[in-house]
Design a protein around this ligand. Structure first.
Ligand code: TYD
Ligand code: MG
Length: 454
């Protein structure tokens, strides 16, 4: 026997409470509690009687008895996508792909399905677009002759029933926010609906060994719409990044049970869909003719490749009681910290200046190795003195004003040399033992040293 119970769940973090509140007690978000109905089993009784009947033929194994089986992988044939996935898709794995509207989620999945369809049986389920729209996109991508099975459906029970008949080996659900389950009364897109529909699809994929791609929408704040639990339920989470004004798109693995995280795949949006960019190291530079204040180039190492990115800053006198701090592509908290460091260890106070920091090309940098370049770009804009455009800067800055090393310093330097940079300001611990031809290295160990040098 099961009885229904009313609970309120937070659309931001998925926490459930018995009582409605204006603010979620767990994550602190406002106006996010929504009413949902859950059934609870009425099985109760003493502890020992409660668990009787479960212990039938469940067997516990020794770790040494379990043979490690290499995952069988299917290469997609789009090498940048294979790279973020860790070398292809694993049967039974569930991949969630998130990103802003119009960034290319449906496009990349349609291209991937066409390639995978050569070896695995594909099924594309669309809840957002009509079959005609999907067919028009296929035409545009030059994929009209590939045989992809299509279904326009949003009820998860019907989707799974169809999949049981069709027996696809790879399935795309575009998007999970449009799917609903008949078990719940709440509207499609609500937390409970998204979570329960996803749970049913994940269970189906695991039981049948189907590769499942789920498309997820992203909220204004950049998080996946719907509960975070969606990220916990799947094996791999990929995020699309990029600026709508630039043709370049980056797919980043933020979670991957079958490969490395923070691996990047780089694409360019063209007339005929997304094309891979196999050598992306310098595409994120704006390449000014002359030196400009506020612009500093760094070498970041996202995933397994070094990449040159440009950090830009603008410092302007503020007319507000609370000066603005805007960080695009870098962490806002980190920016505040760096400004405090600049004040404390550099004697440069910014409390009556607005500070804007941007990474060119819509790129996002998650590593702390960007600290020194952010500080220098701010300082450069503040003093209106350019950092020469053939200089390269990287390094983490600690709270005591010390410059800490980054990983793979040598490799980053060599990448900079390849692109014609002639001078590098880098952490002392990253300084090469033997000089690298073509680049003069300025190794620093404290922030004050950098400021003196500049
Ligand atoms: P889409 O994959 O529909 O985005 P999402 O599913 O993430 O919302 O991509 C839509 C955008 O991509 C749209 O603005 C048009 C552009 N586009 C191209 O530039 N070239 C193409 O070949 C295709 C198919 C789309
Ligand atoms: Mg779409």
């Amino acid at each position: 026997m099961a009885k229904a119970k009313q609970v309120y769940s937070c659309t931001a973090c998925g926490t459930q409470t018995g009582k409605w509140n204006g603010q979620c007690g767990d994550c602190g978000a406002w106006n996010t509690l929504e009413e949902t109905v859950v059934s609870i089993s009425s099985k109760s009784g003493s502890l020992s009687s409660r668990f009787q009947g479960y212990a039938g033929d469940i067997s516990v194994q020794s770790l040494t008895d379990v043979s490690p089986e290499e995952h069988k992988r299917f290469s997609i044939g789009i090498s940048e996508l294979d790279r973020v996935l860790g070398g292809g898709v694993v049967p039974g794995s569930v991949i969630l792909i998130g990103g802003d509207p119009g960034i290319g989620k449906s496009t990349i999945l349609q291209q991937a399905l066409a390639e995978l369809g050569k070896t695995l049986k594909p099924l594309y389920i669309t809840g957002e677009e009509s079959l005609q729209q999907v067919s028009m996109r296929a035409h545009r991508l030059g994929l009209d002759d590939t045989d992809i099975r299509l279904l326009s459906e949003t009820c998860v029970e019907k989707i799974i029933a169809t999949a049981q008949n069709e027996k696809p080996q790879v399935m795309v659900v575009d998007s999970i926010q449009t799917v609903f389950t008949e078990l719940l009364q709440s509207a499609p897109g609500s937390v409970a609906q998204v979570r329960d529909s996803a749970a049913q699809l994940v269970r189906y994929a695991k039981q049948t060994g189907t590769v499942l791609f789920l498309v997820g929408h992203v909220t204004k704040e950049g998080a996946l719409a719907g509960p975070r639990v969606l990220e916990h339920m799947v094996d791999t989470v990929l995020y699309f990044e990029g600026d709508s004004s630039s043709p370049y798109r980056v797919i980043r693995a933020v979670k991957n049970r079958f490969g490395a995280v923070n691996e990047l795949g780089v694409f360019a949006m063209t007339e005929k869909g997304l094309r891979e960019v196999n050598n992306p190291s310098a595409i994120f530079l704006s390449r000014h003719e002359e030196d400009v204040p506020g612009s500093v180039v760094m070498v970041t190492r996202e995933g397994s490749r070094p990449m040159l990115v440009e950090v830009q800053a603008l410092v302007a006198e503020s007319h507000m009681s609370n000066p603005r701090r805007v960080a695009l592509g870098v962490d806002a908290q980190r920016l505040s910290m760096l400004l405090a460091l600049l004040d404390r260890h550099g004697g440069v106070a910014m409390y009556d200046y607005d500070v804007f920091v941007n990474i060119v090309g819509g790129m996002r940098i998650s590593e702390t190795g960007a600290d020194l370049s952010v500080i220098l770009s701010i300082l450069s804009s503040f003093r209106d003195k350019p950092v020469p455009k053939d200089w390269i800067v990287f390094g983490e800055v600690g709270l005591a004003g010390e410059i800490r090393p980054v990983q793979n310093g040598q490799e980053r330097l060599r990448e900079a040399v390849k692109h014609g940079f002639t001078r590098a300001i880098i952490p002392k611990a990253n300084a090469p033992k033997h000089a690298i031809e073509g680049i003069e290295v300025q190794a620093v160990s404290r922030l004050s040293e950098v400021l003196d040098f500049i």
